[in-house]
Write a protein that binds this ligand. Structure first.
Ligand code: PLP
Length: 356
């Protein structure tokens, strides 16, 4: 099987696995300790969590606190639902469902327009009394990079707070300032089931999961294994960021050569992460393509949207009609994808598409 769906999730890095084993293994009888207990075993686990928190924070701006959560979806919900006050929430029209649907559920959602190249520009006004602006740094479906520094500035000028969903950018490029930042371990070769919310010092949120308040904002006993796995994955990403980007670039160049002729790129060519290729082809039957390429893992859109039968709101927001959106596929590679795998996987997709 060839895995070309690295925006949905990534394989576990050996560094993350090694870090986790110490806390899963019961050989010395201490790995299971409750990291919030004040006794010796608990303090050992607590120290491992403190260390991992620093590793995760090292890829984020200074001046904030990392709160571990069960996922980025949870981090986003804590941020959006925990913010006191009323008033419109402005979100880009290409946000992940975690932001897009939560803003809708909270009422007062205002959508920020996105241009055909996949860019949400700041040359548009915010509604009167906007309390929160949410613009993701890198889109999960089309990979385009958003002007989040400008959005942060604009939100500040209008007395609104700025939440950045950095799930697809964290560990791959510099994550720029915001009031709140959501991230997830499983997109950076860490384990599933753990994310984090970074909150700028001085910003108070109401906890919406109450209980022991282990993470301040979020109650629930932390898993030392998941947290240390996240920390080790973050440290590896920090160390390998340039190499990972150079590797992705090589694969991008080859994939672009292969998806030539009658394939059209969705989103900007350059202002995007070059590990995500979202392309369409007139008349392509994506469901048939996927069933004919069972050994190649790729996506018909975002992992959440594909399979739902719903047209991607992201592709529609950049001006594609229903048919064009349904003719689109997403192919994504990562640190462990070899050139051979990429070429073989893409060739399989092209052969199946050509025979339709
Ligand atoms: N935001 C973006 C941009 C994502 O790509 C994802 C995952 O697909 C999420 C949020 C949700 O992350 P998690 O799976 O940790 O809840």
């Amino acid at each position: 099987m060839i895995y070309l769906d690295n925006q949905a999730t990534t394989p576990l890095a050996p560094e993350a696995r090694d870090a986790m084993l110490r806390w899963l293994d019961t050989a010395d009888g201490t790995g299971f300790a409750n990291p919030h207990s004040p006794h010796r075993m608990g303090r050992q686990a607590g120290a491992a969590i403190d260390f991992a928190r620093e590793q995760v924070a090292a890829l984020l701006p200074p001046g904030g606190t990392v709160h571990f959560t069960g996922s980025a979806c949870e981090a986003i919900n804590i941020a959006m639902r925990g913010l006191p006050g009323d008033g419109p929430i402005s979100v880009s029209a290409i946000e992940h469902a975690a932001v897009y649907e939560t803003a809708e559920a909270l009422g007062h959602r205002h959508l920020l327009n996105v241009a055909a190249n996949g860019q949400c520009n700041t040359n548009q006004s915010l509604p009167q009394g906007t309390r929160l602006v949410c613009v993701m740094q890198v889109n999960n479906e089309i990979g385009t990079i958003q002007p989040t520094v400008e959005w942060h500035r604009k939100a500040k000028e209008e007395n609104a707070l700025f939440l950045c969903d950095a799930v697809q950018s964290y560990g791959k490029m510099e994550v720029t300032g915001a009031d709140m930042i959501a991230i997830s371990a499983h997109k950076i070769y860490g384990p599933k089931g753990i994310g984090a919310l970074w909150v700028r010092h001085g910003l108070e949120l109401d906890p919406f999961i109450t209980g022991g308040r282990q993470e301040g904002l979020r109650s629930g006993t932390l898993s030392t294994a998941l947290v240390t796995g996240f920390g080790a994955a973050a440290a590896a990403a920090k160390e390998r960021m340039e190499d990972d980007a150079a590797h992705a670039e090589k694969l991008w160049t080859r994939a672009r050569e292969m998806f030539a002729d009658n394939w059209t790129l969705n989103g900007d060519e350059d202002t995007r992460l070059h590990a995500n290729l979202n392309v369409r082809r007139k008349g392509l039957d994506v469901a048939r393509l996927m069933s004919e390429c069972r050994d190649v893992m790729f996506s018909a859109g975002s992992a959440c949207a594909s399979g739902s039968g719903k047209t991607s709101h992201v592709l529609k927001a950049i001006g594609l009609n229903d048919e064009q959106a349904k003719n689109s596929i997403r192919v994504g590679w990562g640190r462990y994808t070899t050139m051979e795998q990429l070429e073989q996987g893409v060739q399989t997709i092209l052969d199946a598409a050509n025979s339709q």
